[in-house]
Design a protein around this ligand. Structure first.
Ligand code: SF4
Length: 663
């Protein structure tokens, strides 16, 4: 039900849900369920459930609606959306909340042609994920996990009982049972922090100062993993000196490869060349290695524990003690797995050496304006210890790690009657990737990927209504929201949002002319809609947790899953994803109609099985083709039945020799 995405078993008797329990065979929660998950029964009996499509009949926000048929509702939506698409697709702003179908809703918006699509991530913890992908090609939670089975010391930074909650409970339980230590860094000592062996009650927003003080201590004491830094990081890459246009940038060869000095030859070589042995401390005219630059910066006394202790609210002696403990566990309790493996340079290794220090971080470091840089400093700490993708440390979940170069750049150029030329969200690598109009103003209504917010990897949903009302950078026609109560919780100012949604221009029209809301429940935002498309509850529809979206893999296996309906709706409601498919058909969107203009998909379940994003690649990875192919293969009409037969989930084990050091 929440973003942890545990597997559940739902017991139904006489058409009513009687009990919800954890699915013991599910890789995420292995049978564990939280109080909210067990209380999901209340979702399907809630009096707030919407019962039929609604059309506003009074002033916006007055709560006066009339029930209409689905045919009338869809026709009204098409009346508004078709002219927009024909003339200026960017005048549709389509934003979704915490749903599980963003690879589909994003694709739909791409086919419509609007650049204005994102989900709620802009005000969530996406700064942590974006910083992680920029720094190490992955992050915490959906992208990585502590090696719960091997870690001897786990640091929890700003972790409450939120995302990934059941896996954390399982992992901490296992760690405590085998005597491993947990250190919590958090202003308050509740939840997981209460069962930690040690707790540092930092002043809110100062985690980054603490982390860089730990970095200072490790560098000063020489307790860092030089071999790991030289082999598996960019620490030996050469950076240009000075402040000119190239200053601080990699030295690259003609093919664009970052250069290192190869210890075997004393000459320049591409960092990933076959058998190259990078020199961490190399001297090269007018260049220094990344390692030299970072050592100089963080050995600065401004980062010493004594210099920051007062601001952090933790005595310098405790910071030094934590640094010493990190080093002791990482190096004196190193893990060695006798398992041969081959690295990305083709070099064969006889064993896997691990640093059993793991870190997990969440909202506590995200919910600050410095969350992005705090996360980068945290990854620097892990890198110096050799504690990423090694036994006992942070492990990536497939398909991560994915380097920045494997992610798309933002696509944003709207053309009348045409789809967008690629996915909306991605990572800006250079100014040319920014989502700007020819006059330099933002191309998106939320200003994401502009100079103001170049790394807004999931958009900036919280700015949509304000910008649309202000006409910055332009006016829109239709605000289309799904599962997003923006009048209440996403804009931090309900009264002002209500004013903006009801404000009229000089001609007496609403400044935001049309508002369409889809939700399963009445809400503050539904009250301000012109058209309401009632969704089903989560137990009344198909869903997919797709590898095309944010995965539910574990470090040892790639995984995806489905949800299938266990109840028939007792109201005139429809699954939103199936409604989008029908809208796409009525609008004639590419990919949603066939060559004759007929619907490409019957409903969302049909889409899950038959949609191919690329040949052989669909929303679900398991049992493709004749049922024996996984990952890539033709659509299999029996695919959903295979998921149902396997308890909703597909898993593919990672080979043992690839379990760590994934490049
Ligand atoms: S933590 Fe798991 S069981 Fe609890 S609400 Fe979230 S998905 Fe459901």
């Amino acid at each position: 039900m929440c973003a942890c995405r545990c597997g559940i078993d739902v017991h139904v008797r006489s058409g009513r849900v009687t009990y919800i329990e954890g699915n013991r065979d599910h890789p995420v929660n292995r049978g564990v369920i939280c109080a909210k998950g067990a209380a999901g029964i209340m979702q399907v009996t809630a009096p707030a459930r919407l019962r039929a499509p609604l059309r506003r009949v009074g002033p916006r926000g007055a709560g006066a609606f009339e029930e209409i048929t689905w045919d009338e509702a869809l026709a009204l939506a098409v009346d508004w959306l078709a002219p927009i698409r024909a003339k200026a697709p960017e005048k549709l702003a389509f934003f979704t909340g915490r749903d599980q179908s963003q690879s589909f809703t994003g694709w739909w918006a791409q086919m419509f042609g609007t650049p204005n699509f994102a989900a709620h991530g802009g005000f969530c913890s996406v700064n942590v994920a974006a910083a992680g992908i920029q720094t190490i090609g992955g992050s915490f939670w959906e992208f990585g996990q502590p090696d719960w089975d091997r870690a001897r010391l786990v640091l929890l930074f700003g972790v409450a009982e939120d995302h990934d909650s059941n896996p954390i409970k399982i992992g901490l339980g296992a760690m405590k049972a085998r005597g491993a230590r947990v250190v919590a860094i958090n202003p308050i000592r509740t939840g997981y922090n209460a069962l930690a062996d040690d707790w540092l009650g930092v002043t809110p927003g100062t985690d980054g100062l603490l982390v860089l003080a730990l970095v200072h201590e490790l560098l000063a004491s020489g307790r860092i993993d030089l071999d790991y830094l030289a082999r598996f990081t960019d620490a030996p890459c050469l950076l240009a000196d000075g402040t000119g246009p190239q200053g601080g940038l990699y030295l690259r060869d003609e093919a664009g490869k970052a250069q290192v000095v190869d210890r075997r030859t004393g000459r320049l070589a591409p960092f990933d060349g076959d058998g190259v042995e990078p020199d961490l401390g190399a001297d090269w005219p007018l260049h220094r290695t990344v390692f030299r630059v970072l050592a100089e910066r963080y050995l600065d006394p401004a980062h010493a524990p004594e210099a920051v202790a007062d601001r952090i609210g933790v005595p310098a002696a405790r910071i030094r003690a934590l640094a010493a403990e990190l080093a002791r566990v990482a190096f004196d309790e190193a893990i060695v797995i006798e398992r041969p493996w081959t690295d990305f340079r083709g070099v064969r290794h006889e064993r896997m050496v691990g640093r059993p220090v793991a870190v997990h971080a969440m909202r506590g470091i995200a919910a600050h304006s410095n969350g992005f840089q705090t996360t980068r400093s945290l990854h620097l700490l892990q890198i110096l210890l050799g504690a990423i993708e090694t036994p006992g440390s942070l492990r990536f979940k497939p398909p991560y790690p994915r380097p920045l170069s494997a992610h798309p750049v933002p696509h944003f150029r709207a053309r009348p009657g045409e789809p967008l030329d690629g996915p909306h969200l991605g990572f800006v690598r250079a100014p040319a990737d920014l989502a700007l109009r020819p006059d330099g103003s933002p191309a998106r209504i939320d200003g994401a990927f502009s100079w103001e917010a170049p790394f807004a990897a999931h958009g900036l949903m919280q700015r949509v209504i304000g910008n649309a009302h202000a006409g910055q950078p332009y006016r829109i026609d239709t605000l289309f929201l799904y599962m997003a109560n923006m009048a209440w919780n996403s804009s931090m100012n309900p009264a002002e949002v209500a004013r903006m949604l009801t404000d009229r221009d000089a001609s007496g029209d609403y400044v935001i002319p049309h508002v369409i809301v889809s939700d399963a429940y009445a809400s503050e935002t539904v009250a301000y809609a012109d058209l309401v498309l009632p969704d089903t509850t989560y137990l009344e529809r198909h869903d997919a947790i797709s590898l095309l979206d944010r995965p539910i893999s574990r470090a040892d296996c790639a995984a995806d899953a489905i949800r299938w309906p266990v109840l028939e709706p007792d109201r005139d409601v429809r699954p939103f994803q199936s409604v989008l498919i029908e809208l796409g058909h009525r609008l004639g969107l590419p990919g949603l109609v066939d060559a004759d203009g007929a619907p490409a998909y019957r409903d969302y379940a049909d889409y899950l099985v038959r949609h191919e994003r690329r040949p052989g690649i669909g929303p679900l990875a398991g049992w493709r083709g004749d049922g024996s192919q996984h990952g890539r293969g033709a659509p299999n009409p029996g695919q959903l039945a295979r998921y149902v037969g396997n308890g909703s989930v597909f898993t593919a084990e990672i080979p043992a020799e690839a379990a760590f050091f994934k490049p």
